[in-house]
Design a protein around this ligand. Structure first.
Ligand code: TXA
Ligand code: MG
Length: 329
């Protein structure tokens, strides 16, 4: 298996879409925008292409991947939908929701993509570029976030280039993404379970289902031996700089990731970026990964993060920040 030596970047448009479908068909790797983050796509039915994703990202283990499809009929070829799953799919697709469902018996997706599980994660993205590629390609496309494993997810084509240039075949540049955090993952088990908070707020899902989503048992998320969403390891979203949460002050040499009106110590910060000056959680989600990357590049003592409310997209933002704050060697 060999990785591409040169990576082509094309602006989104018909030539890029056609080239993306061609490269996918040849077993190549294509980064493309979705509404949540940029994905690194491969033909889900081609085990060798799927293996190249793990190699390009430097993923330590074969974590299962999300299969992206263009419509519900395509999703029903690879997974079995119960009533709850159908309700969620019809209400929220296309959009930032991933469903984990039992695989169909003749599911064409490579076992490597589901890490040998008998369930499969599926979503229909709403981004027009992603939709155009899926429509033209006509088969499921597996796509993890298009970053080196353990890095912050990419929200622009430039982030993808920084991480993966020379390791993948094509980047389709559709500009900055809209949502900025990954999709919400719901496991459609006996009781629907929130496996990962994300770009679709939990409250909206619970309103439609008329009941609360379960959370996985506390220690399951971080137990790499038998995780429910195995990619959700604690230190997944990792800037190199130490991250200090719920900061109510700023120490000398720290960079400040602000939210809402600035802290009185802000002028002593080595750098300041405000996720949303007027406290808008959607704007904050869209800025989160880009600002983390930018502050990480300042080589500050630490990144102090002001408190962020946990309703709406705040749940996903705080989840990613907690992971970013885990101490690493
Ligand atoms: O917004 C997103 O979801 C982006 C864009 C590109 O679509 N993709 C993304 O993929 O975030 P990735 O690989 O970074 O995260 C996929 C998550 C992992 O936590 C993985 O463990 C979980 O989905 N997953 C995949 N298949 C699963 C399964 N059968 N059961 C439980 N969790 C699963
Ligand atoms: Mg990821």
């Amino acid at each position: 298996m060999t990785l591409a030596l040169t990576t082509l970047t094309l602006p989104a448009g018909e030539p890029a879409t056609a080239e993306a479908a061609r490269v996918l068909g040849e077993g190549g790797l294509v980064a493309f925008p979705t509404e949540t983050v940029y994905g690194l796509g491969a033909d889900a039915t081609n085990a060798q292409a799927v293996a190249r994703i793990y190699e390009a990202k430097g993923r330590p283990a074969f974590n299962p991947l999300i299969s992206h499809v263009g419509d519900l009929a395509a999703a029903q070829k690879i997974a079995r939908f119960d009533e709850t799953a159908l309700t969620l799919a019809k209400t929220f697709w296309p959009g930032p929701l991933t469903l984990v469902l039992p695989k169909t018996e003749d599911c064409a997706v490579a076992d490597l993509a589901t890490a040998g599980l008998d369930t499969i994660a599926i979503r229909i993205p709403s981004h027009p570029v992603a939709r155009a590629i899926l429509k033209l390609f006509g088969k499921p496309v597996v796509a993890p976030s298009a970053n080196i494993s353990g890095h912050v997810s990419p929200t622009t084509a430039q982030h993808v280039e920084g991480d993966l240039a020379g390791r993948i075949d094509l980047i389709v540049d559709g500009g900055p993404v809209e949502v900025g955090v990954e999709s919400t993952i719901v496991g459609c088990f006996e009781e629907p379970m929130l496996l990962r908070p994300g770009g679709l707020p939990r409250e909206e899902i619970e309103r439609v289902l008329g009941r609360a989503l379960l959370r996985p048992p506390a220690d399951v998320e971080n137990d790499s031996a038998q995780p429910l969403a195995p990619g959700m390891l604690t230190s997944h979203y990792a800037p190199r700089t130490r991250v200090r949460l719920d900061a109510t002050d700023v120490a000398p040499g720290e960079a400040l990731l602000a939210f809402g009106p600035l802290h009185k110590d802000a002028e002593r910060a080595a750098a300041v970026m405000n996720l949303s000056c007027n406290g808008d959680l959607n704007e904050a989600a869209a800025n989160l990964f880009g600002y983390l990357r930018a502050l990480d590049a300042r080589m500050a003592q630490a990144i102090a993060v002001m408190p962020i409310p946990s309703h709406g997209l705040g749940e996903a933002i705080n989840d990613r920040l907690r992971r970013a704050a885990v101490e690493r060697e």
